[in-house]
Write a protein that binds this ligand. Structure first.
Ligand code: F3S
Length: 403
């Protein structure tokens, strides 16, 4: 791999032992993949930070880096943790878990992380204040955010594992490979959904799963489909990232970079509306009385969606069963300020800040869960829950007895 003089110097220890080690790993991984150079990054997002996921080994890895003087050299945001810090008991964590999680957060803070604790870093003020120009290179973990960044924000990132995103944040560089390159972002296969209307969040999520399950090859899929809004874009990103290894989908009209002049797909795949509908019918919920938990906010719900949920619940007296919404703490603070949070609380909604049902040890085995997220469906089913899919509006109707 060809390195710049600056990179050679970092490897020799100019920026300290930790930065040298971090860069050494990035170079080794890059060489294994066949990258011929590194690329400076402008931002990093570290995933895999819940104590339940990384355990003692992960804590020690982070503490060791922090104690050796590792510091993030670019703005770095952080994924959700294993419980809501303001109400840990709800998430089935004990003292030992809380101590482990706190040590992770201390180490990340010592390295300079912005403790956003959300999987939608692009919705935080910490990220927005960076004003990254289109085409900026970043190193993000969290597959749903990676797909969203490449597909809808015009950023460039591979799907990094948590540790590699963290090391890239320290080194300030990643390997120039895959979705960082122009050629790595050009689709070969185009999927097309004929529809009279835009796809809502659940249809978009199922579409992402259908593509994720069948798309092959390193090139991102291209997609002709109308999506209803940012919620649908987030759910499509999350399900695509969950069901396959892909880090981007080129959505005509939404992906903010042009394809090369004269580009034509080598292969076209039609996805029939009935295919979406039959998958949705298969996953549709039973009678409302048979539901234990309604879960939304995977990826984390934004402040705007929280307001929408509040307006859907405005005339509802109280929801039946648990209605849990995973949100970034920042959205919570805003919702507290304008009365949205108190309206939701008064209707019986629980706000799960800085965490979610999947990265926390929340007990789901045996529960009947309804969600509008395919990603949540995918992971909660594997944790022993019986999970159904429904759009947010219908979840509210079910939970309020108007179904
Ligand atoms: Fe976010 Fe948890 Fe879903 S981290 S993407 S809400 S699994």
């Amino acid at each position: 791999m060809e390195l710049t003089r600056e990179e050679e110097e970092i490897l020799k220890g100019k920026r300290g032992e930790a930065a040298a080690k971090a860069l050494e790993v990035i170079v080794k991984v890059g060489e294994a993949l066949g990258a011929d150079r590194l690329i400076p990054i402008r931002h990093a997002h570290v995933s895999g930070v819940s104590y339940g996921n990384i355990g003692e080994a992960g804590v020690k890895f982070m503490e060791d880096l922090a104690s050796r003087g590792a510091r993030f050299s670019v703005p770095t945001t952080v994924n959700p943790i294993g419980y809501d810090p303001e109400y840990p008991p709800e998430f089935n964590v004990d003292e030992h878990y809380i101590r482990g999680q706190s040590r992770i957060l201390r180490a990340l803070k010592a390295m300079g992380a912005q403790l956003t604790l959300t999987c939608v870093p692009y919705e935080t003020s910490a990220f927005r204040s960076e004003i990254l120009p289109r085409g900026s290179h970043v190193a993000w973990g969290e597959s749903s955010a990676v797909v969203y960044a490449n597909s809808f924000l015009g950023l460039r990132t591979n799907r990094e594992g948590g540790p590699l995103a963290l090391l890239a944040a320290i080194a300030g560089r990643t390997y120039y490979y895959g979705l960082h390159t122009d050629e790595g972002r050009i689709p070969r296969v185009e999927y097309r959904v004929e529809a009279q209307r835009s796809l809502d969040e659940v249809e978009a999520a199922i579409l992402g799963a259908l593509i994720g399950e069948q798309h092959e090859g390193p090139e991102p899929p291209a997609l002709h489909a109308r999506l209803e809004g940012r919620l649908a874009m987030r759910e499509l990103s999350a399900s695509l990232g969950t069901t396959g290894p892909h880090g981007m989908v080129y959505v005509h009209g939404l992906t903010p970079e042009p394809l090369p002049r004269g580009w034509r797909p080598e292969e076209r795949v039609e996805i029939g509306r009935e295919e979406l509908e039959s998958r949705l019918a298969r996953l549709s919920p039973p009678a409302p009385g048979d539901v234990d938990v309604y879960f939304t906010g995977c990826p984390h719900m934004t402040y705007d969606d929280l307001r929408r949920l509040a307006s859907l619940l405005k005339d509802v007296e109280r929801v039946r069963g648990e209605f849990i919404v995973a949100i970034p703490r920042e959205a919570y603070i805003r919702a507290l300020g304008d009365g949205t949070a108190s309206l939701l609380y008064s209707r019986g909604v629980k706000l799960a800040r800085s965490t979610c049902l999947i990265v926390s040890p929340y007990r789901v085995r045996g529960l009947r869960v309804v969600t509008n997220s395919y990603k949540a469906y995918f992971y909660l089913s594997r944790r022993g829950a019986k999970v159904y899919l429904a759009r947010l509006d219908d979840m509210v109707k079910m939970a309020s007895g108007a179904w």
